[in-house]
Design a binder for this molecule. Structure first.
Ligand SMILES: [Cu+2]
Length: 116
């Protein structure tokens, strides 16, 4: 009888420890989902790069840009929406530019273009 009680107590202790371990393992995931930024949060930065393509009708511009630390972006070639589309006036493929970017949600937007 004594041995049975001891065995029962031991298995209960194990079950409790396992539940606690499962809960502490699951907790960081729940914390991380709480850190997700709202889609509408504005994130802006300044970049430099070279124009690879311009689509005046769609108001988009493809830029091979240097890393943008403020956004945590490495160097890459990507397409931006130009806001306003008139930013694309007088630009040429191959031209080097500085630009402001808003990467808040959806397709990142170029909001200003500077010609050196
Ligand atoms: Cu990029």
């Amino acid at each position: 009888m004594r041995a049975t009680l001891l065995a029962l107590a031991t298995s209960l202790t194990f079950a409790t420890a396992e539940t606690a371990a499962a809960q502490s393992a699951a907790k960081p995931m729940a914390d991380m989902s709480g850190m997700t930024m709202p889609a509408s949060a504005a994130k802006t930065g300044k970049g430099t790069g070279a124009i690879m393509a311009i689509d005046p009708k769609a108001a988009t511009v493809s830029i091979r840009h240097q890393p943008i630390a403020a956004l945590g972006w490495p160097a890459m070639t990507m397409t931006f929406k130009a806001t306003p589309g008139s930013l694309l006036k007088d630009l040429k493929v191959g031209q080097k530019i500085g630009f402001d970017v808003n990467a808040g949600s959806g397709l990142p937007e170029v909001t200003a273009i500077r010609k050196p």
